[in-house]
Design a protein around this ligand. Structure first.
Ligand code: ADP
Ligand code: MG
Length: 319
């Protein structure tokens, strides 16, 4: 069975919109939405290209999930509550089973946050998925990268370094890992959890925040650059999953591996007592990993407080 573009959109992407702010969803030349008067609108867009951001044989369900998750992660890093998305989908041909699984993964995550798909574009070409996500932030409460100050404590959510091991596995490397751990690492790579609740809990608390998409070294580096400061990080404080701890990967791998989609944030020490309540509403753990300093560099320390010379490399598309 072959579908034309309009049948395809209707069949796989058009659903009943439940959010009251959506005045016009899929089906007209534009979507029309009403922004609540007490909110600012946060917008972000991310493109995933086959062969660059994911392996061409990636399960379409996971791809649908992940292409939304990376956008929701950006909203989380600003303290935004997700509301709507638009989807630009470029596919080589209309593979109905692929489309069905892709939209199931996408909507499985969307439904967790009452996110509605309100429009998009569908074209033929090399597999590429672009999602633009829109979210709400109460006036003046966006978590920016630029607010970190010397003396602030540096935290991360969840655990670091799992996704890069998942990538090794997806590429057929590291075959000695047991099957339970394999599933865990692959899930961390392909079905990341955007830290939306954490971002919301950190409004009015964190001085800066970012989501870790390119590795801790690179993304903490963005906070420090934007804030005109540096950091001391204790490597043995970095939160690691039980599965990762067994592998003992080199520190470089943990700090430069991408795709974790955890949050890194800074907090003035006098607000530390407020963190427990935030952690409970975030439903994930926050781990202290170091402190913001005035000197513009990252100093990595081992368990004996000795400096470890690490290469702060990360994945840069045009380097
Ligand atoms: P136009 O030619 O006016 O840009 P299209 O024919 O591209 O409109 O799209 C028709 C409708 O379907 C629009 O409301 C558009 O937003 C929506 N749409 C197209 N592709 C997608 C998609 N992949 N996901 C969601 N909505 C889509
Ligand atoms: Mg039109």
């Amino acid at each position: 069975m072959s579908l034309n573009e309009f049948e395809l959109i209707k069949r796989y992407f058009t659903r009943q919109n439940c959010r009251a702010e959506i005045l016009q969803g899929i089906g007209d030349d534009c979507a029309v939405v009403r922004i609540p008067t007490d909110r600012e609108l946060a917008l972000t867009i991310d493109t995933l290209v086959a062969g660059i951001h994911f392996l061409a044989d990636c399960a379409p369900y996971n791809l649908g999930w992940k292409s939304l998750a990376v956008n929701l992660s950006d909203l989380a890093a600003m303290g935004a509550e997700p509301a709507w998305i638009t989807l630009a989908l470029t596919i080589p041909h209309a593979d109905l089973s692929w489309l069905d699984n892709f939209q199931r993964g996408l909507f499985a995550l969307a439904d967790q946050y009452s996110v509605e798909l309100i429009g998009g574009d569908t074209t033929r070409g090399p597999l590429t998925i672009t999602i633009q996500a829109h979210g709400f932030i109460p006036h003046g409460q966006a978590l920016r990268r630029s607010g970190a100050r010397p003396g602030d404590l540096i935290y991360v959510t969840g655990t670091l370094g799992d996704a890069v091991i998942g990538l090794d596995l997806a590429l057929g490397r590291n075959t000695l890992i047991t099957s339970g751990d394999r599933d865990f690492f692959l899930e961390r790579l392909e079905l990341p959890t955007p830290r939306i609740a954490a971002g919301i809990a950190l409004r009015n608390l964190a001085t800066s925040a970012i989501d870790i998409s390119d590795g801790l070294a690179a993304d903490l580096g963005h906070i420090l650059n934007a804030s005109g400061s540096g950091a001391v990080i204790h490597l043995d404080w970095l939160p690691r999953s039980a599965a990762l701890a067994k592998l003992k990967p080199p520190w470089e791998k943990i700090i430069s591996g991408g795709d974790d989609y955890e949050l890194c944030f800074t907090l003035p020490p006098e607000r530390q007592n407020l963190l427990n309540a935030a952690q409970i509403s975030a439903r994930c753990e926050f781990t202290l990993i170091g402190e913001v300093t005035a000197a513009p560099e990252i100093i990595w320390l081992d368990s004996n407080s000795q400096v470890v010379p690490l290469n702060n490399s990360c994945f840069l598309h045009f380097s």
